[in-house]
Design a protein. Structure first.
Length: 203
């Protein structure tokens, strides 16, 4: 019937740039969002459509009514057994959504192939619902979703064919399936990743 909503975001600036070193690798991350430049396309990917990277929080209070007709009448309020608190549902969520353009190079050298990708990370840290009937119900933290989109390299400068150039990166939990001699079972790995991709596409 009635809602009270509060949303708060802590986002990265549009010109955000971060650099770091991991061993011999030079890492650079830039914000990837529509308000950076809506005309920019990185690789074959249009700029992100869900806003700038950051942490989001929301809090809502919903007041319902016994008949669920969108109106709370005096007759309903005065009915035997009516309790206003039973009609109130509070809901709060806190999560993160990060989309960055990543450039990985060997010591920043332009002479050695770079790997560039769009890094996506999203996770709900807490999802809380409070009602008189159920009390305090907390869900989370949920498993993060991480992906690397449109992985491209400068391997063609080295004469490596396009068929052997990586198109994407997938994080695999645990060890790869292996034979008793320790070799990776590529057919099983491909089948598992294909099934995971199909499940993600239909979810």
């Amino acid at each position: 019937m009635a809602d009270i909503a509060f949303d708060d975001d802590a986002t990265l600036p549009a010109d955000f740039v971060a650099t770091g070193v991991l061993g011999f690798l030079q890492l650079e991350f830039r914000e990837f969002a529509p308000d950076v430049d809506s005309t920019i396309k990185y690789f074959d990917t249009q700029t992100d459509t869900d806003g700038r990277s950051g942490i989001t929080a929301s809090f809502t209070v919903d007041v319902g009514d016994p008949n669920e007709d969108g109106r709370l009448t005096g007759q309903e309020i005065n009915a035997p057994g009516f309790r206003f608190i039973d009609q109130v549902t509070a809901h709060a969520t806190v999560g993160a959504d990060v989309d960055l353009r990543a450039d990985v190079s060997i010591a920043g050298s332009a002479a050695i192939p770079h790997v560039m990708t769009i890094f996506h990370y999203s996770q709900t840290f807490a999802d809380v619902t409070i009602t008189a009937a159920s009390g305090f119900v907390l869900t989370g933290p949920q498993k993060p979703t991480i992906s690397f989109e449109d992985v491209t390299t400068y391997f063609r400068k080295l004469g490596i064919t396009r068929q052997k150039t990586p198109e994407r990166m997938i994080l695999v939990e645990g060890d790869f399936p292996r034979t008793p001699s320790g070799k990776i079972k590529k057919h099983e790995l491909r089948a598992a990743l294909r099934a995971e991709s199909q499940a993600a596409a239909t979810s």
